[in-house]
Design a protein around this ligand. Structure first.
Ligand SMILES: Cc1cc2nc3c(=O)[nH]c(=O)nc-3n(C[C@H](O)[C@H](O)[C@H](O)COP(=O)(O)O)c2cc1C
Length: 368
């Protein structure tokens, strides 16, 4: 059994874990996002969908290997299927990180070739490596040699003036020879100078056609589409062309959009939890984590969007934003917020949790 950092066991009574996958199902994934897809967020997403592939935030190879970011390896079995994303460009270091990913029970190790921020560029990490396919291929080869996990690359369709289809195809071809069989493609180019990371996620136009051409020209490779996908319907449509679809910002802003992914995409007919059930289970997780020293606001911030689009959403957000940061605040804040949206007398936070699974226990909120 791999060693996991941090408190455990965590969620066994809360989540029915996905069986350890032999072949990863990448049809729907939630993108790696710094300061978003931490352990708490991943638990929340897993309470909503058992099958969606999850990614950690990016950790640089240097920070992981010198010990500063060892916590990035922390996860619980129930978060799986889970990929560790590494930023780096030194084959030896990337190999050492890939080995750690395997030893710590991840299901995939992903190399970041898409982040355009100045900070990571100066460390030769991220999208600037689109201009160095040979180096990326060497990293992938070294990583493959160090672990039996799948090694994947998350990339852009180009950078700066290096944005022709020819350059893109040459990159993919060379990195595939290095041993990468799965490419996650953010369907925008990135500007490496004078543009903030946030602008680099909106300003360059989305070019799904370019990514589709890649899939056509490299049918033997798995190509996962990323960028601007905001509904499961759109995801399903893209799955006619691509091997997988990765959602980022919308999955964070409105996590419940994944609630029907298990049924609609992964053909698992298990009952879909209501938003209130998700919130209650998350509250039980929060109570447990608080007892281990986690901070309440670090956990409540991820659930602000849970009731997105529903009548009680504003009261929910306001209650959490106003009360969670107060000194002495505990999980009661979350239970009070649940009460505001559900109108129901909620179950007190006890461990192990008492889950209100009786049909009709949820009132006031419906999930269309
Ligand atoms: C706050 C934030 C942090 C991000 N951090 C990472 C990261 O650590 N690694 C990475 O490859 N991409 C990162 N991204 C980019 C996303 O993974 C994704 O490629 C991008 O948001 C486009 O997908 P979307 O339109 O579905 O959001 C980040 C995006 C956001 C909004």
């Amino acid at each position: 059994m791999p060693y996991h950092w941090g408190p455990e066991p965590t969620l066994t009574p809360l989540i029915v874990p996905h069986p350890a996958p032999n072949v990863l199902d990448r049809r729907i994934a939630v993108a790696p996002m710094m300061e978003r897809t931490d352990r708490h967020e991943r638990v929340l997403l897993r309470l909503i969908s058992r099958h969606t592939l999850l990614y950690t935030e990016m950790v640089t190879s240097g920070a992981l290997l010198d010990g500063a970011s060892r916590r990035a390896l922390a996860h619980s079995f129930e978060e799986r299927p889970l990929a560790l994303q590494i930023g780096g460009s030194e084959p030896h270091a990337m190999a050492a990180c890939a080995r750690l990913a395997g030893e710590h029970g991840f299901d995939e190790v992903n190399m970041n070739v898409g982040c355009p921020s100045d900070r990571v560029q100066s460390a030769r990490v991220g999208a600037c490596l689109m201009a160095e396919p040979e180096r990326v291929a060497r990293c992938v080869r070294a990583m493959r040699g160090a672990t039996s996990l799948p090694v994947t690359v998350k990339m852009r369709i180009g950078v700066d003036e290096r944005d022709s289809y020819r350059d893109l195809a040459a990159f993919v071809e060379e990195v595939a020879v290095g041993g990468c069989e799965t490419f996650i493609v953010h369907a925008r180019k990135a500007w490496l100078h004078g543009v903030s990371p946030a602008e680099n996620r909106t300003a360059p136009p989305l070019r799904y056609d370019t990514v589709a051409r890649l899939k056509q020209d490299f049918p033997e490779l798995a190509i996962v589409l990323n960028g601007g996908i905001t509904t499961l319907q759109a995801a399903r449509m893209h799955l006619r062309t691509f091997d997988g679809v990765m959602l980022g910002r919308e999955a964070y802003r409105n996590p419940y959009l994944l609630a029907h992914a298990d049924r609609l995409i992964f053909e698992d007919p298990h009952p879909v939890p209501t938003r209130v059930e998700v919130a209650e289970r998350y509250a039980s997780y929060v109570a447990q984590q608080l007892a281990h020293g986690a901070r309440l606001t670090h956990m409540t911030r991820h659930v602000l969007g849970l009731f997105q689009g529903l009548p009680g959403a504003r009261a929910w957000r306001r209650h959490l934003s106003e009360h969670a940061h107060r000194s002495g605040a505990d999980v009661t804040v979350l239970w009070e917020a649940i009460r505001k949206v559900s109108g129901a007398a909620v179950v007190p936070a006890v461990w192990p949790p008492v889950l209100p699974s009786v049909p009709g226990s949820e009132t006031g909120v419906t999930d269309a």
